[in-house]
Ligand binder design. Sequence first.
Ligand SMILES: Nc1ncnc2c1ncn2[C@@H]1O[C@H](COP(=O)(O)OP(=O)(O)OP(=O)(O)O)[C@@H](O)[C@H]1O
Length: 242
Amino acid sequence: MTHSDATPALDIAGVSHAFGAVRALNDVSFTVPRGAFVALLGVNGAGKTTLFSLITRLYDSTSGRVLVGGHDARRAPGEALKRLGVVFQSKALDGDLTLAQNLAYHAALHGIGRRAAKLRIAEVLEEVNLTEKAGARVSTLSGGQQRRAEIARALLHRPELLLLDEATAGLDVRARADVQALVRRLIAGGVSALWATHAMDEIAPEDLVVVLHKGEVKAQGRASELGTSLTEGFLALTGGEA
Ligand SMILES: Nc1ncnc2c1ncn2[C@@H]1O[C@H](COP(=O)(O)OP(=O)(O)OP(=O)(O)O)[C@@H](O)[C@H]1O
């Protein structure tokens, strides 16, 4: 099946999920248009990680629908997952191996042949500005470099959509800015991104924003159009801790 450019990179419709009596997500619907940066804004416990786990099929959604590039994550998981690049909060790279070794390992997991992998690894290292660190053990990289290395790993199989779960958590101001600038560059290159965060200052006026609170979408739209209602609404939701 072919899909037109109008097909969203991600289409979430009526998704709910509960852990026993805890309702983590309640009837969540939104889209990530192709080539867009969408900020998923929510405080801890809002349901961001649960939503990512449903998109990546770590959990099976009990209701609703997740389409990645028009492909149903439940009915066509292979088609959906190959379009996704994921940067979770936990580290996927092995600190004892070099960056190049890590990337070669992950390229092999994606079924990329050795020769193609070598070329692709050089490309992604260039994209994240870590070419000169290829031979360095990952544990010797700075926090910001490690995060960019995780993004390089997520890019190996040329995903259409990046999911980033608090990609700047624990980084200093400069490293945060580097990671944000990198993702913005990737967007300009045609990738789409869903950027989960609880930091208002990571959102630009032209960004699309989905405000998630206690498992429900409380507001969505362009940040500049949500305007002060976004800031005030988020501050109200968080008790002033935005
Ligand atoms: N495995 C689990 N078992 C039971 N409850 C869970 C589980 N995972 C999450 N929850 C609950 O579901 C709700 C949403 O959690 P989730 O981790 O998705 O939020 P979050 O916005 O990603 O927060 P954080 O940034 O802290 O990861 C919370 O009330 C949380 O306690």
